[in-house]
Write a new protein. Structure first.
Length: 76
C-alpha cells in the first residue's frame, strides 16, 4: 500500500466520521440530556474502547468533545 493509498483511505474515513457527527448533532438538536444520561453515553465510549483495545483516556476526551458538540456547547 502506498502513501497515496493510505491518504485516500484516511480521507474516506474522515468524511464518514464527519457525516456521522453531523447526523448525531441533528438527532440531538433541541434535546437536553441530563448529566446522568451524558455520563451513561460516555461509559459506552469507554466500554467500547476497552473491548477494542483503544486508549481509554483518549477515547474519554473524544467522547466528551462529541457530547459537547452534540449539545451545541463548547468542549474543553
Amino acid at each position: 500500500m502506498t502513501l497515496v493509498d493510505i491518504q485516500e483511505q484516511l480521507e474516506k474515513l474522515d468524511q464518514q466520521i464527519i457525516k456521522l457527527l453531523e447526523e448525531r448533532v441533528r438527532i440531538c438538536d433541541g434535546q437536553n440530556l441530563s448529566s446522568d444520561e451524558e455520563l451513561e453515553l460516555l461509559s459506552l465510549w469507554l466500554e467500547e474502547a476497552a473491548e477494542k483495545g483503544l486508549d481509554e483516556g483518549r477515547m474519554e476526551k473524544i467522547g466528551k468533545l462529541i457530547i459537547a458538540l452534540s449539545r451545541g456547547g463548547t468542549a474543553e
